[in-house]
Design a protein around this ligand. Structure first.
Ligand SMILES: *Cc1c(COP(=O)(O)O)cnc(C)c1O
Length: 482
């Protein structure tokens, strides 16, 4: 396919407007003016529309088909959330309005959105206060760890290490390291959960806290979660809950009730905002009562007269962590999602997410190795080890084979503790027919691996580009040849 510049024909236009008969007045310095017109493609309106429509068809997204990418999956993204986020009253609001004299009254609707979301997330997570500022899950983690550091400074604690299990999402150790902590990796046991004995041996006076994803990246609920929190609290450490994928437990159990002090949730995974290509996201952070005073400024709070205000006067706060109030439109979509889903709906989200993952796990168990066979939560992790050993077919080949069958591949080679991992998350919103179609494709691929492994080595053959040298593609991108 040609790039848009190759389709350009000199003088071709989409729209022609008459020459202006008003004298132009230029205020920019001459040095800043273009000497020649910008080198834009010259095309008719039809050419442009067809070009970009064709490009969009080469994209794969939740609007195309099943998207079982484990862990970072987009769950349910109702279109009504988009419609509300596009309302001009929200979309055109200037972010500084709420801080201008008299502007607070005009911004009450938007401030109320932030306040309502704070209250709902407190209720869902069992926390005492939330900030909406962090603009991603990883950003939420960093905010949480900075709050941890503020807590220890305030207590005069000398803490240097953060404990993180080997199944953790890569952002966990990265966030702890950026905040200045030394990361110690806690090994998982044969059941895929944190080894309590190892944890006990690693905890000492320098332990600042533990970061736990629960259910973990194997989709398994940590059975010793209370004990882990108690052990950490005994040395005045803090327990951090990575709630990026809250769909596994939402409406059922609350991190605060399990003993956690800090939690982040990914609104762009569990609560409605489509994501990809780096954003936009929101990773609100919730904290227990003893940490509320460290939350980033401004804190959104309600005055006794019912007006919502921004509180900048928080001397112990870690300060702002994002421009203005974070990604407001993402928070807004999440609020709409919560309002249309309701309390009972949220419980069903968790039930269906878990049911769907276990259905896939049971159906595919005869065909792929399942290193951790317990009941899983929102995702299940298979291994392609059997296919590698018997047929020389790797997780990568299976993923590419799925592309030819019209599916987005699952996450592969993660978590790192599973060799040849295939991490599948169906989400709560897919129909049985869709999931059955995916299962059939996976079974067919397992059979192909035995009968005709080379067809999988050659996959994908139906996509605009075939098997790429992925390292070279990233470093030496050449889209013109596609
Ligand atoms: C996605 C994810 C993160 C990071 O979230 P981002 O918004 O991508 O920064 C952290 N932990 C877990 C378990 C995740 O799935």
């Amino acid at each position: 396919m040609k790039v848009v510049f190759e389709k350009s024909v000199a003088g071709r236009r989409g729209v022609r407007i008459p020459q202006s008969d008003v004298p132009t007045s230029v205020h920019l310095k001459k040095a800043y003016l273009r000497k020649q017109p910008a080198a834009l493609a010259e095309l008719s309106e039809l050419d442009v529309v067809r070009h970009f429509t064709e490009l969009s068809r080469r994209n794969f997204g939740v609007d195309s088909n099943f998207y079982p990418l484990g862990s970072c999956t987009m769950k349910y993204n109702p279109k009504v959330c988009e419609q509300v986020a596009l309302q001009p009253g929200f979309a055109n609001l200037h972010p500084l309005l709420a801080q201008l004299k008299g502007g607070k009254t005009l911004a009450q609707g938007a401030l109320e959105v932030l306040h309502q979301m704070d209250l709902y997330l407190r209720e869902i997570c069992g926390m005492a206060g939330f900030t909406m500022q962090p603009m991603a899950g990883a950003h939420g983690e960093l905010t949480g760890i900075l709050i941890t550091a503020a807590y220890h400074r305030d207590r005069g604690n000398r803490k240097t290490t953060m404990l993180i299990p080997d199944s953790a999402h890569g952002t966990n150790p990265a966030s702890a390291a950026i905040a200045g902590y030394e990361v110690k990796v806690v090994p998982s046991d044969s059941r895929g959960c944190m080894t309590i004995q190892a944890l006990k041996e690693m905890i000492d006076d320098r332990t600042a806290g533990v970061m736990l994803t629960c259910p973990n990246t194997l989709g398994l609920f940590e059975p010793n979660v209370r004990e882990i929190c108690d052990l950490i609290h005994r040395v005045d450490g803090l327990a951090y809950y990575d709630g990026a994928n809250l769909n596994a437990i939402v409406g059922k159990v609350r991190p605060g009730d399990m003993g956690f002090d800090i939690v982040h949730v990914n609104l762009h995974k569990t609560f409605a905002t489509p994501h990809g290509g780096g954003g936009p996201g929101a990773g609100p952070v919730g904290v227990a009562e003893k940490l509320v005073r460290f939350l980033p400024t401004p804190v959104v709070s309600k005055a006794p007269d019912g007006t919502v205000d921004l509180d900048f006067n928080r001397p112990e706060s870690i300060g702002p962590v994002a421009p203005f109030y974070g990604n407001f439109a993402v928070v807004l979509r999440a609020l709409v999602y919560l309002l249309i889903t309701g309390r009972d709906g949220l419980e069903r989200v968790a039930e269906n997410a878990v049911l769907n993952a276990n259905y896939i796990k049971e159906k595919l168990k005869p065909y792929y190795d399942l290193p951790y066979p317990q009941v899983c939560k929102h995702e299940c992790v298979f291994s392609a080890s059997r296919q590698v050993k018997e047929n020389g077919v790797h997780a990568l080949d299976i993923a590419k084979g799925l592309i030819d069958r019209g599916y987005h591949p699952p996450t592969i080679y993660f978590p790192l503790i599973v060799k040849e991992a295939l991490m599948i998350e169906p989400t709560e919103c897919e129909s049985k027919e869709t999931i059955d179609g995916f299962i059939e494709a996976m079974i067919e691929i397992a059979q192909k691996a035995a009968a005709d492994p080379d067809s999988l080595h050659a996959a994908p053959v139906t996509s605009p580009v075939g098997r790429l040298d992925e390292t070279r593609a990233a470093r030496d991108l050449n889209i013109a040849s596609l």
